[in-house]
Design a protein around this ligand. Sequence first.
Ligand SMILES: CC(C)(COP(=O)(O)OP(=O)(O)OC[C@H]1O[C@@H](n2cnc3c(N)ncnc32)[C@H](O)[C@@H]1OP(=O)(O)O)[C@@H](O)C(=O)NCCC(=O)NCCS
Length: 289
Amino acid sequence: MPSSLPRPVAGLPIRRLTPDDLVACADLCEDRGWPRDEHRWRLLLTAGIGYGVDDPEGKGLMASCVVTTYGSRLTAIGMLLVAERYARQGVARQLMNHVIAACADVPVSLYATAAGQPLYEQLGFSAVGRSQRVTGFFRPTDESPDGVHVRPATAEDLHAMVRLDSDVFGADRTHLLARLPAYADHIRVARTEGELIGYAAAWPSEQTHVVGPLIARDTATARALVSSLAEATDRPLRADIDARHTGLLEWFEKCGLRLGSTTTVMTLGASDLPGDWTRRHAPLTVATG
Ligand SMILES: CC(C)(COP(=O)(O)OP(=O)(O)OC[C@H]1O[C@@H](n2cnc3c(N)ncnc32)[C@H](O)[C@@H]1OP(=O)(O)O)[C@@H](O)C(=O)NCCC(=O)NCCS
């Protein structure tokens, strides 16, 4: 990715964010009513590239954005935030223009909130899907997990996880998955006849555990993975499920989770996401695509 920093955003330079900016990034999230998620920021700023604009009044950051690259297949943009006090002054537009230019010709994807979507449309992004958030305490249902063998992941599973993930995600995510054991509190794998058919992780965000990635051969396997993760935590669960997985969403509701906000999956430079959506149930985080 070419680095042409600094360039002006509302007359101010865009700079690279580093792990030293974690608190300022978390403050920006809080300003917009998002979880502070310093833990997630650490992952994003080490596995990806963060861009930020300093507040000229010395109050931390005016804006942020994170870019995660997957070779020449895909670049994901996330965590586009502009402090409320600088809203509607063109800051997000200029930051996005800068980041898109840095992505060269690589297809770009993102999960758009209702506030972000009009800007992305103006920048040429197209809606290609929808993600449905579910949250709440998980109550196991009577239904059995259909005989799929699920257990905690071990170091020996990592190679098979990366191979399966690469096939399903459509691009190599070794740089993220290598960090998953430190990032997630719980990781589960699903196997049948010795073959890995799915895996899932639960990572902490404020008082919840977020389920993601959730990669599974079918809905039954996804359910078995989520049930196993839920057994490991007393916290409410949260997940952003591809809205096409209607059976899984119905099951989440039966298990006590509520449907929350939706985000629109958008791409630029590609007509769809790569990979196999039928086995891709939830992203690691919406910020990494
Ligand atoms: C979305 C967000 C980043 C926009 O930042 P911003 O600097 O205010 O946006 P800009 O001033 O560059 O606006 C560009 C265009 O986007 C659209 N837009 C911006 N904010 C909008 C909002 N809240 N609702 C609807 N459209 C909006 C408008 O078309 C706007 O152009 P206009 O002001 O000339 O009409 C900011 O509102 C924010 O941080 N929101 C909370 C976090 C979030 O949802 N981020 C997006 C993640 S996908």
